[in-house]
Design a protein around this ligand. Structure first.
Ligand code: FAD
Length: 384
């Protein structure tokens, strides 16, 4: 059963989608179970992805990448997340947030920081969430203050859940630079922070139940000093730049949901056509057939919405609304399909080496990251 069919994918995005499928078949799927079980960071797969010219390739050609757009990144995401969400997340996080530096950074920043990521020499990440604040972007408390001589920014505070906080070479960090209560959205800025900067300390967060082949960090900034020139864009524009970036990111996360939903449907379909009860396969029961039909319909609806949203975001047509709708629908389709897939597996659903059990745990994550789905619903309602 092939669910991630090409026909809905714009023609120009099909080639990279096929490359992503081939790569997933060779490098991601075969390692999925073991890397999940052992919570292994997939360094070898990441290197292979960089060599194959598939990692961090949304960075433009001028800076060493392929300039893949949001539709192409979505096509890659659904293929990789179908194969395994944990490894896929590690592959996609290698350039997470670098897009902001590409759009708003200076040429010097792009040359020094962006090019190595595009060329597979470095990896990066985006540090927004904090131990005490996640959804409230305007409430983040990590501060960045100018040093007395004005040559440096000095960061203090903590970040939590940060992909590549330990493994990365540098991060784009969101920090408070103002305290104007009447302008809550103008109080934060973004900074390029090398992970070897003095005062930067990161360790992995405790083991997770899902996406175990990806690693997140707890970061502490203790008078962490970075050059004055590492401010990205304008002081106070952090919230705006982040909100814009999330339109792109949320479409890609929709691809996480689609890939996971496809994995759940494939797995459920194969199981019910093989398992026999009452002298027939359980796929012969109409209730099971209806369950599969519902999964298929939800999947197709989510995929149609997502590709529509990707084109809207690409073309700048009410991107925040469309990205929020696609992210919510696709990630919740994944949770629904995983839930039904588990039920159809009966007792075997809870055997931890089963693909369906892995998917069931992984689907809990995209409904939360890049903005919990309640936040997406706020955005959808306000912009409808
Ligand atoms: C595997 C993983 C990887 C991640 N990677 C990164 C990363 O690389 N960089 C980064 O910065 N962050 C990352 N995150 C953090 C992620 O973005 C946050 O978990 C997410 O924004 C939610 O924040 P929170 O966990 O603090 O939940 P909270 O903000 O505390 O929210 C908890 C729950 O409260 C409810 N809620 C909150 N606000 C509202 C509201 N306004 N209306 C209705 N309900 C509400 C929702 O049900 C929500 O799920 C990652 C998270 C995970 C799990």
């Amino acid at each position: 059963m092939e669910l991630l069919v090409d026909d809905i994918v714009p023609e120009y995005a099909r080639e990279v989608k096929h490359e992503a499928r081939e790569f997933a078949d060779e490098h991601v799927a075969p390692n999925a179970e073991e890397y999940f079980r052992d919570a292994t960071y997939p360094e070898d797969v990441l290197e292979a992805g960089q060599d194959a010219g598939l990692v961090a390739q949304d960075i433009g050609e001028e800076w060493g990448g392929r300039g893949l757009d949001v539709v192409q990144m979505l096509a890659v995401a659904e293929e990789w997340f179908r194969a395994d969400a944990g490894i896929a997340l590690s592959l996609q996080l290698a350039s997470f947030g670098a897009e902001i530096v590409e759009k708003y950074g200076t040429d010097d920043q792009r040359e020094e920081y962006l090019r190595p990521v595009a060329e597979g020499e470095a990896i990066t990440g985006l540090a927004v969430s904090e131990p005490d604040t996640g959804s409230d972007l305007s409430g983040m408390t990590t501060t960045a203050e100018k040093s007395d001589d004005g040559d440096e920014w000095v960061l203090n505070g903590e970040k939590y859940w940060i992909g590549n906080g330990v493994e990365g070479d540098w991060l784009t960090v969101y920090a408070r630079t103002g305290h104007d209560e009447d302008d809550r959205y103008g109080n934060h800025s973004l900074f390029i922070v090398p992970t070897d900067a003095a005062g930067y300390d990161a360790e992995h967060i405790p083991e997770k139940m899902g996406m175990r082949a990806s690693k997140q960090a707890h970061i502490v900034f203790d008078d962490c000093r970075i050059p004055e020139s590492n401010l990205v864009g304008h002081e106070g524009a952090g919230f705006m730049m982040l909100a814009e970036f999330f339109n792109f990111g949320r479409v890609v996360v929709s691809g996480h949901g689609l890939g996971l939903a496809a994995a759940a449907i494939e797995e459920a379909w194969a199981f019910v056509h093989d398992r026999e009860e009452f002298g027939r396969t359980i796929a012969d029961f109409q209730a099971v057939q209806h369950g599969l039909a519902d999964m298929r319909m939800e999947f197709e609806a989510a995929r149609a919405l997502t590709y529509r949203a990707a084109e809207k975001v690409r073309d700048g047509e009410n991107p925040s609304l469309w990205a929020a709708m696609a992210k919510t629908k696709a990630t919740e389709t994944a949770t629904d399909c995983a839930e039904q897939g588990m039920q159809f597996h009966g007792g075997r659903s809870i055997l931890t080496d089963r693909r369906i059990a892995r998917v069931y745990r992984d689907v809990r994550i995209p409904v939360v990251y890049e903005g919990a789905n309640e936040i997406q619903r706020n955005l959808i309602y306000r912009q409808s």
